[in-house]
Design a protein around this ligand. Structure first.
Ligand SMILES: NC(=O)C1=CN([C@@H]2O[C@H](COP(=O)(O)OP(=O)(O)OC[C@H]3O[C@@H](n4cnc5c(N)ncnc54)[C@H](OP(=O)(O)O)[C@@H]3O)[C@@H](O)[C@H]2O)C=CC1
Ligand SMILES: O=C(O)CCCC(=O)O
Length: 490
């Protein structure tokens, strides 16, 4: 799909921006360099966008610092008003934003529409939270002392975001940052800059002051990451992506002791106990494992099924997954789109080959889809063990491995045997088991009898090497605020 074809589908063609939004202006790279944005469903180039470097990032940072002071001085209600307008514009443009998202990322249109509503939900939520940045008074420790705590914006924030949620991973950083009174610089994934630029078009229309937000498109992510880390004006880095890149950014940020929020990789266990409602568990497993074609850090990566229901669950799951339709995300009825890249498909193939070599049995799928390219058949394997690669490494694709377990203690030990700790899920009906297992799982998020846990009203984030900080909910604004304690003698 070429840009002109995509534009012809849009009610508002102005949303397909192909210049970067730098310091309040729509511009190209200083040296005119560009890189291609492609449609993963067919490999076609949609358009070119500016390939910016450190110099452009530095200018965006300078403009952000200048704009931030005035923005922070506005009342919370004024900031909330701009955010609310941005939310309204995003929802009014939901269909166009979804089309742009599917074109550059590949997920089915229905999921893209859902993501726009989810992403806009963070803007609405934090518009409301802007008015609730409360302080404290503390009883003085001496008779003449009056102690108060105020909370102030961190300042200039830099965000680096992934391709798998090109809209929502931006809004859940940008909205709390702006609500708190910060400025924000966004470096979207090279695969999906168009969704970020479309949101910037709407933010500008909503009345966001010039320079307060920039979208720096670049294929030289490590250069931009270095500018964000080394430029002393940036006071916080917020990142969603792989644990590997998260570690690099944390190391770089250490030199200037910058605040960091990290939403990193997961390796989610999904546990089905003997007493589970099996049909509900199958439904939950499909929603959780195959959402975004398995390309979500909270997707089930390891499905543990208790011995007594293992065969029945495997059969029911295979029957239901066998009905999922693989295709171009733009086509009606598509359940699973392409994977984002050849490398992503190769990772699924590597994990599958490793598992079958170690004795796993393919009961559904198991090969690249007949459409070719990056499409892969939804796949289920039985006989998965802790020695297989997917037990320790996130597959990020449509491969569902079924592990067999006997006791509650065994499965908790296996589920926790990972460096990650983002999302976990289990299906069970025994009330005391529900409490015990929810408490024992070493994860930031536990889904009980559900495979879907994402919402802007809850704190999303991980423990262990899955990250630092929480996004969404009333806690999500904390990462963009500094506490100041004022000790006054009267
Ligand atoms: N937790 C999550 O939500 C996600 C996890 N992942 C996991 O990571 C794996 C790899 O996916 P991938 O897209 O490569 O994820 P990355 O972590 O490489 O990319 C995420 C973001 O970081 C940027 N980036 C990459 N390297 C650097 C760097 N050195 N300094 C600064 N920014 C950098 C990327 O830019 P650019 O695109 O330009 O390289 C992108 O904007 C997936 O298979 C999955 O397992 C991936 C995406 C999201
Ligand atoms: O994979 C991710 O990092 C995004 C999580 C999606 C969600 O919020 O559910």
């Amino acid at each position: 799909m070429l840009a002109r074809d995509l534009k012809s589908l849009l009610k508002d063609p102005g949303l397909l921006a192909t210049d970067a939004f730098l310091a309040g202006d729509w511009v190209g790279a200083d040296d005119g360099a560009t890189f291609a944005v492609t449609n993963p469903a067919n490999g076609e180039t949609i358009c070119q966008v500016p390939d910016m470097g450190r110099a452009e990032a530095a200018r965006a940072i300078e403009a952000a610092a200048a704009a931030q002071k005035d923005w922070a001085a506005k009342t919370a209600k004024e900031r909330a008003g701009v955010l609310r307008k941005w939310y309204d514009l995003m929802m009014a443009a939901q269909e166009d934003l979804a089309l742009i998202l599917t074109a550059e990322m590949g997920k089915p249109l229905a999921e893209s529409r859902g993501e726009i509503a989810y992403g806009a939900g963070f803007v609405e939520w934090f518009a409301e939270e802007a008015k609730r940045i409360y302080g404290e008074t503390i009883p003085g420790h001496q008779p003449d002392k009056r102690l108060t705590v105020i909370r102030q914006p961190v300042g200039v924030v830099a965000a680096i975001t992934p391709w798998n949620f090109p809209n929502a991973m931006i809004t859940r950083k940008a909205a709390p940052a702006l609500a708190a009174g910060c400025a924000i610089l966004i470096k979207p994934a090279a695969e999906t800059p168009l969704s970020a630029l479309a949101m910037a078009v709407l933010a500008e229309r909503a009345g966001l002051p010039k320079g307060l937000m920039s979208v720096i498109t670049s294929s030289k992510s490590s250069d931009i990451g270095k500018e964000f880390s080394e430029n002393p004006v940036v006071r916080k880095i917020t990142f969603t992506g792989s644990t590997e890149v998260g570690r690099i950014l944390l190391r770089q940020a250490a030199d200037q002791v910058k605040k960091c929020s990290m939403e990193l990789g997961g390796n989610a266990p999904f546990i089905v106990f003997d007493d589970a409602d099996l049909d509900a568990a199958v439904k939950g497993a499909i929603a959780c494992k195959f959402r975004n074609n398995g390309q979500t850090c909270v997707c089930a990566n390891r499905i543990y099924v208790q011995s007594g229901v293992y065969d029945a669950f495997a059969a029911k799951l295979a029957e239901a997954v066998g009905k999922l339709k693989v295709g171009d995300g733009m086509d009606d009825g598509t359940d699973l789109g392409p994977l984002i890249s050849d490398a992503a498909r190769e990772k699924v193939e590597t994990h599958l080959a490793d598992a079958t070599a170690k004795g796993a049995k393919v009961i559904l799928g198991g090969k690249p889809h007949q459409r070719g390219g990056t499409f892969f058949e939804p796949t289920i394997v039985t006989g998965a063990t802790q020695e297989m690669q997917f037990a320790t490494d996130e597959t990020f694709g449509p491969l569902a491995p079924l592990f067999r377990f006997e006791t509650e203690d065994d499965v908790i030990a296996m589920a926790n045997d990972t460096i990650f700790g983002l999302a976990s899920y289990f299906f069970a009906r025994d009330l005391s088991r529900v409490y015990k297992v929810a408490e024992a799982l070493e994860y930031g998020i536990v889904g009980v009898n559900t495979g879907l846990i994402s919402t802007e009203v809850a704190p999303f984030g991980g423990v262990k090497q899955s990250g630092l900080g929480r996004e969404g909910s009333r806690h999500g604004i904390e990462d963009y605020l500094e506490m100041k304690y004022i000790c006054m003698s009267v």
